[in-house]
Design a protein around this ligand. Structure first.
Ligand code: CND
Ligand code: ZN
Length: 375
């Protein structure tokens, strides 16, 4: 039977921390119970993958196949898979939705206990990997591992999407677009007429801007130390942009002065402690909400005078934009097909998978927003 077959295919493997990608022939085992094997067609490059390479995500084990922003077609399914069949277009989910756990059942959260456990080990539920290369076991990443021609994921980590969805920029719904957009709509709940500040104008921060705009924000302030990001930020809805390097005073002071006391919503989309504090200090003392989206280095700590919260500020975090993944991703894809937003605006480069190192160089040098790897 076809579905029992091991597939040999190309994948980008990171053998050890800080190493470049090696394009290797890997073996991808057939899907076991509740799992599906997916032919990845397109996958975006996100800064979190780079954090993983640098050892900044403590749960990642090497050697590993990274990638968490993909779109593809189901090749085969294991036993007990109920709602997904070969040929379906799908997006792998780095936050699964088992539907059974205390978080999945709570409308306030998009976390999933089942996913949290799995992410920590880089293996499937039975404690094994579906990937091998040169006789070695290769670890999975975030239940997704999309930098490969074929991957295996559990049904709870896969969303079936519209059969008319593109097998190209739709991959951005797997992370960058949805994470930013949902941070504005779900986590901050940006309201019409409000003022927002976005620290970090990469794929994530720009998608926050798209969300703030759709929510009807009146002022959207982009903050980045790379002014090359300002044109695209303004095209997407930023009403003004600030380069901290242009001022001899701290950015929060600049923002407080320019907004008459601080923003309603501040978003941190960099992953640094300093920008997290700057975002918090730019928010209004009585009702400002700060959403941390950027991923900080392990064991970082943040310290501030608790009095700054006492007067009414809120600080919170958000993963995958607060979307309950399996329920929301198909709807986001439909909204994209209905042209509610334009994913293509976030795409600056396209490369074949075997040029993945070039794609990461573009990210590290600040030249790209999203690079899509065509697998
Ligand atoms: P990317 O690197 O494309 O963007 C970061 C931006 O921040 C760049 O434009 C930088 O120039 C800018 N920047 C750097 N330092 C500063 C500074 N001091 N002040 C202002 N701007 C600065 O990254 P991305 O958009 O792909 O990802 C952004 C963060 O979001 C990153 O930490 C990533 O790991 C994280 C993230 C979170 C989630 C989630 O679910 N919460 C999902 N994916 C990625
Ligand atoms: Zn991401």
């Amino acid at each position: 039977k076809k579905k029992d077959k091991v597939i040999k295919c190309k994948a980008a493997v990171i053998w050890e921390k800080s190493a470049p990608f090696s394009i290797e022939e890997v073996e991808v085992a057939p899907p076991k119970a509740n799992e599906v094997r997916i032919k990845i067609v397109a996958t975006g490059i996100c800064r979190s993958d780079d954090h993983a390479i640098e050892g900044k995500l403590s749960t990642v084990k090497f050697p590993v196949i990274l990638g968490h922003e993909g779109v593809g077609i189901v090749e085969s399914t294991g036993e007990s898979v109920k709602h997904i069949k070969p040929g379906d277009r799908v997006i792998p989910l780095f936050v699964p939705q088992c539907g059974q756990c205390i978080c999945c059942k709570d409308p306030r959260s998009n976390m999933c206990i089942a996913g949290k456990m799995k992410k920590a080990v880089g293996l499937m539920s039975d404690g094994t990997s579906r990937f091998t290369c040169k006789g070695k076991q290769i670890y999975h990443f975030m239940n997704t591992s999309t930098f490969t021609e074929y991957t295996v994921a559990e049904e709870m980590s896969v969303a079936k999407i519209d059969s008319g969805a593109s097998l190209d920029n739709t991959c951005l719904i797997g992370c960058g677009f949805s994470t930013g957009y949902g941070s504005a709509l779900n986590s901050a709940k940006v309201h019409p007429g409000s003022t927002c500040a976005i620290f970090g104008l990469g794929g994530i921060g720009l998608a926050v801007i798209m969300g703030c705009k759709i929510a009807g924000a009146a002022r959207i302030i982009g903050v980045d130390i790379n002014p090359d990001k300002f044109n695209i930020a303004k095209e997407l809805g930023a009403t003004e942009c600030i380069n901290p390097k242009d001022y001899d005073k701290p950015v929060p002071q600049v923002i407080l002065e320019q907004t008459g006391g601080g923003v309603d919503y501040a978003f941190e989309c960099v992953g640094h402690i300093e920008t997290m504090l700057a975002a918090l200090n730019s928010s209004h003392f009585a009702y400002g909400t700060t959403v941390i989206v950027g991923v900080s280095a392990p064991e970082s700590t943040i310290s501030f005078d608790p009095m700054i919260l006492l007067t009414g500020r809120t600080i919170k975090g958000s993963v995958f934009g607060g979307w309950k993944s399996k329920n929301s991703v198909p709807q986001l894809v439909s909204d994209s097909l209905a042209k509610k937003f334009d994913l293509e605006k976030l795409v600056t480069h396209r490369l074949p998978l075997n040029k993945i190192n070039e794609g990461f160089d573009l990210l590290r040098s600040g030249k790209s927003i999203r690079t899509i790897l065509l697998v």
